[in-house]
Design a protein around this ligand. Structure first.
Ligand SMILES: CC(C)(COP(=O)(O)OP(=O)(O)OC[C@H]1O[C@@H](n2cnc3c(N)ncnc32)[C@H](O)[C@@H]1OP(=O)(O)O)[C@@H](O)C(=O)NCCC(=O)NCCS
Length: 276
């Protein structure tokens, strides 16, 4: 309150004194919005140790070389000790042969609630206990806004899988828990509308998501945790190139019980189109 009053009175004061309004500032805003925004994706979380070593010299070369060869995503730039990658635009659409991935839109809420509701029993055994925002359109809208903020913040990428580029949403494919720094990893998750399963759509959607992970947002590794009893999901993951890494005891709470899961993963080195 006090701050608002102060700035308001400052404006009045400058107008009274015949000063020019601060137009330069306003003129800059649209230009800044048009410019591609980028974020640090490499060595963002290197700690004091490396930062100190960086000042000493030789690590600078080592870090740049290692970082650039291992993690640099398409269109990224290495500046100093940091790798900058463009922020994924929310309007981006990643088309495949039959399905496409894109960020969820607020207008998707009724459709997402519709397919989630009719798939409730189909999904129950394999996905975490759903929250109320999966079955209520208003809460789903709020959740979509959160999903969009998460994409901009490089935290989670929860995509909608649509039939064609403009078709209805038929499922979700997500890269969540994005870790940067020396891990550059995300967890893969997916589900499809009960009326669209068994037609190869998820395999296509997951392939697109891995392409986004390695080519667009510069991840190095994508992992999935799948119940050993979930044959369809295991088939999808393996078809998409994830390899088995082992079994984790009581790993996730699904359908009210802590259940063992198989861990599968794929790294950029295995992805033919990933930048080297
Ligand atoms: C897992 C899931 C996303 C797969 O979606 P989908 O669109 O049916 O997947 P696809 O059609 O692309 O591929 C399914 C593959 O599983 C295979 N499959 C399906 N049921 C199977 C079973 N009982 N045993 C062995 N393979 C099976 C299919 O044959 C197919 O492989 P193919 O193309 O080589 O024949 C969907 O079943 C689902 O939403 N399940 C519930 C949620 C879930 O499990 N999410 C993953 C959590 S880890």
């Amino acid at each position: 309150m006090a701050r608002a009053q102060t700035s308001e009175s400052a404006c009045v004061h400058s107008a009274d004194m015949g000063m020019r309004p601060r137009r330069r500032h306003h003129a800059l805003v649209p230009r800044l919005r048009r410019e591609p925004r980028s974020r640090i994706v490499g060595c963002a979380s290197i700690g004091q140790t490396i930062r100190k070593a960086w000042r000493r010299g030789p690590v600078r070369q080592w870090w740049n070389r290692e970082a650039a060869s291992a993690f640099t995503p398409a269109r990224a730039r290495v500046r100093g000790s940091c790798i900058f990658a463009p922020v994924l635009p929310l309007r981006a659409i990643f088309p495949g042969k039959r399905v496409a991935l894109r960020a969820p839109r607020v207008s998707d809420a009724p459709r997402i609630v519709e397919i989630r509701t009719r798939s409730r029993e189909f999904l129950r055994a394999w996905v975490p206990v759903p929250g109320p925002d999966e079955f209520d359109v208003d809460l789903a809208r709020a959740r979509i806004l959160r999903d969009r903020r998460d994409i901009r913040a490089d935290r989670h990428y929860r995509f909608c899988m649509t039939l064609g580029e403009d078709g209805p949403v038929i499922g979700r494919v997500a890269l969540t828990q994005v870790f940067r720094g020396i891990f550059q990893n995300a967890s893969l998750g997916y589900w499809v509308d009960v009326e669209h399963h068994g037609q190869g759509f998820t395999t296509e959607g997951v392939t697109l998501a891995l392409d986004v992970a390695f080519r667009e947002i510069g991840l190095h590794r994508v992992q999935a945790a799948i119940s050993p009893h979930n044959a369809a999901s295991l088939a999808v993951a393996r078809k998409c190139g994830l390899r088995d890494e082992g079994r984790a005891a009581r790993y996730l709470q699904i359908d009210g019980a802590w259940q063992d899961h198989l861990l599968l993963a794929v790294t950029a080195e295995d992805w033919p189109a990933a930048p080297r």
